[in-house]
Design a protein around this ligand. Sequence first.
Ligand SMILES: Cc1cc2nc3c(=O)[nH]c(=O)nc-3n(C[C@H](O)[C@H](O)[C@H](O)COP(=O)(O)O)c2cc1C
Length: 190
Amino acid sequence: MLEELLKRNRSYRAYDESVRVSEAELKHLVDLTRFIASGNNRQPLKYHISFERAETETLLSMTKWAAALPELALPRPGEHPAAFIVILQDLSVNPKLGAADKDVGIAAQTILLGAAEQGLGGLMIGNFRRQEVKEFLKPGEKLEPVLLIALGKPSEQICLTAVPESGKTDYYRENGVHYVPKRALEDILV
Ligand SMILES: Cc1cc2nc3c(=O)[nH]c(=O)nc-3n(C[C@H](O)[C@H](O)[C@H](O)COP(=O)(O)O)c2cc1C
């Protein structure tokens, strides 16, 4: 079950806009993060949920998607995400920005696996304009946005594939299918 969920949990950059994601669904995903591990159990992360179209569109405008495929200008109009979860580091709990990044990764993966379990999908976004997001959300002086997660009902086909001879791991598109090369087990065991 976990393996199936992990394979389905891809980075989606096209969504069915007719499917909204509710406040309750987003709160459930954030609730899951209360059970994850945390360095020294400090639990320095907070979450902002966004599900109203105007707000999600504003957050979207502050993000950059698929830097490896700039010509596609993703996400396309009509394929925007329905929601965002913004992960914030609480500097009053851990004052060193970046020091909670391992917690951030665990939290983000937990949220995305929870979303995949519900038939949703998402995208982790590290490439966003932090200051603009901060000015827009006004989360308070001590809360620093560290990662955005777009969420919605995926509407694109993504295939995992082997890393080619060249060793290139860049994702690519062919005939409308998004391919993501993943290394083989023998190549990651040392
Ligand atoms: C920490 C982190 C930050 C990421 N930031 C972005 C981003 O800003 N924009 C984007 O389009 N994809 C982003 N991604 C998605 C990666 O491009 C994606 O994970 C990779 O292409 C592999 O695809 P997969 O997640 O389907 O395996 C990010 C992924 C991670 C783990």
